[in-house]
Design a protein around this ligand. Structure first.
Ligand code: CAA
Length: 285
C-alpha cells in the first residue's frame, strides 16, 4: 500500500502546471504552486481561475466548487514551502538540465516520505530519478494538455520505482477522475511516441510544399477526424516542446525517421513557439 496524497506541490505555473493545479484543487486536494518567475506564478493562478470560470459558465461545475477549488491553491515562493506535501510534481520546461537542477534543489526541502513526480513528456524517468535522493519514491505522471479536459494520464515507472509509489500515484490520478495507462520507460512513452512523429511529418509536408498550413490541418481534421489539425496542435503544445520531444526520440532511438524537421528547428530558433509567443504556424497577434 502506498501513502494517500492529500497535499500536492507543483513546480512550474505554465500551461501544464496550472492545468494540474486546476484538477487537483477541484478534487479537493491542497495545492502549493511554485514558479521561479513570480509573474508566471501570478499568471498561472489567473489561468486556473479563468478556466474554472469557463467551466462554471458551461455548467460543468458550480460557483461554490470554483470558490472551493481556488481556496485550495496557494502560491509559494520557495521549495521549503513544500514541507507538508505528500507529492511534488515537477512541470517545468522540457529540458533535462533544468529538471535535474530542480530535483537537486528540491529534495533537501522535502520530508523523506514525500513522493516526487515529473510531468516530462519524453525524458527518461530512470535518469531523472537518479538526480533525486529518492529514486524508489519517484515516478512519471504525464498529463495531457488541456489538463482539465483530457481524460488520460500516463504513468511511467523508473527502474527503481517501488510498488507503493506506483499504487499511490495510480490512486491519486483516479481521484482526479482521470484514466491511467501505463508505459514502460522508453523515449516519449506511448502518446508522444506516436503523436509527435505525426506532427513532425505534418511539418515536413509543409516544408516540402505538399500542402499549405490550412490544407494540411483541414485534411487531418476532416479526413481523419482529429479535433485539431497537426500544425494547430503543434502551436498549442508549443513548438519548443515539440522539438525537444523529437530530439529525445531521435537521440534515444537512433533512427533517422525521428529527425526533427528543419522547419521546426528554424521556427524555434526564431522564437516562434506557437500560441504562447503569439506566433507559430498561425499568427495569434
Ligand atoms: N480548461 C477547462 N475547460 C476547457 C479548457 C481548459 N483549459 N479548454 C477547453 N475546455 C473545454 C471547453 O470549455 C469546452 O467545454 P464543453 O464541451 O462543456 O463546451 C470543451 O473543452 C471543448 O472546448 P472548445 O469548445 O473551446 O473547443 P474545441 O471543441 O475545439 O476543443 C480541445 C478544444 C479540447 C483543446 C480540442 O480541440 C482537442 O481535444 N484538441 C486536441 C488536444 C490534444 O490532442 N491534446 C493532447 C496534446 S499532446 C499532450 O498533451 C502530450 C504532451 O506531452 C505534448
Amino acid at each position: 500500500m502506498g501513502i494517500e496524497i492529500k497535499t500536492v506541490g507543483i513546480i512550474g505555473a505554465g500551461q501544464m502546471g496550472s492545468g494540474i493545479a486546476h484538477v487537483c484543487s477541484l478534487a479537493g486536494l491542497d495545492v502549493r504552486m511554485n514558479d521561479r518567475d513570480p509573474e508566471r506564478l501570478k499568471n498561472g493562478l489567473a489561468t486556473v481561475n479563468g478556466n474554472l470560470q469557463r467551466q462554471v459558465s458551461k455548467g460543468a461545475i458550480t460557483e461554490s466548487q470554483r470558490r472551493d477549488a481556488i481556496e485550495h491553491i496557494i502560491a509559494v515562493d520557495t521549495f521549503d514551502d513544500f514541507g507538508p506535501c505528500d507529492l511534488v510534481i515537477e512541470a517545468a520546461t522540457e529540458d533535462e538540465v533544468i529538471k535535474r537542477s530542480i530535483f537537486s534543489a528540491l529534495c533537501p526541502s522535502l520530508r523523506p516520505e514525500t513522493m516526487v513526480a515529473t510531468n516530462t513528456s519524453s525524458i527518461s524517468i530512470t535518469r531523472l530519478a537518479a538526480s533525486t535522493d529518492r529514486p524508489e519514491r519517484f515516478i512519471g505522471i504525464h498529463f495531457m494538455n488541456p489538463v482539465p479536459v483530457m481524460q488520460l494520464v500516463e504513468l511511467i515507472r523508473g527502474i527503481a520505482t517501488e510498488d507503493p509509489t506506483y499504487e499511490s500515484a495510480k490512486a491519486f490520478v483516479r481521484r482526479l477522475g482521470k484514466i491511467v495507462t501505463v508505459s514502460e520507460d522508453f523515449p516519449a512513452f506511448i502518446v508522444n511516441r506516436i503523436l509527435l512523429p505525426m506532427i513532425n511529418e505534418a511539418i515536413y509536408t509543409l516544408y516540402e510544399g505538399v500542402g499549405s498550413v490550412d490544407s494540411i490541418d483541414t485534411a487531418m481534421r476532416l479526413g481523419a477526424n482529429h479535433p485539431m489539425g497537426p500544425l494547430q496542435l503543434a502551436d498549442f503544445i508549443g513548438l519548443d516542446t515539440c522539438l525537444s520531444i523529437m530530439q529525445v526520440l531521435y537521440e534515444g532511438l537512433a533512427d533517422s525517421k525521428y529527425r526533427p524537421c528543419p522547419l521546426l528547428v528554424k521556427y524555434v530558433e526564431a522564437g516562434w513557439l506557437g500560441r504562447k509567443t503569439k506566433r507559430g504556424f498561425y499568427d495569434y497577434r
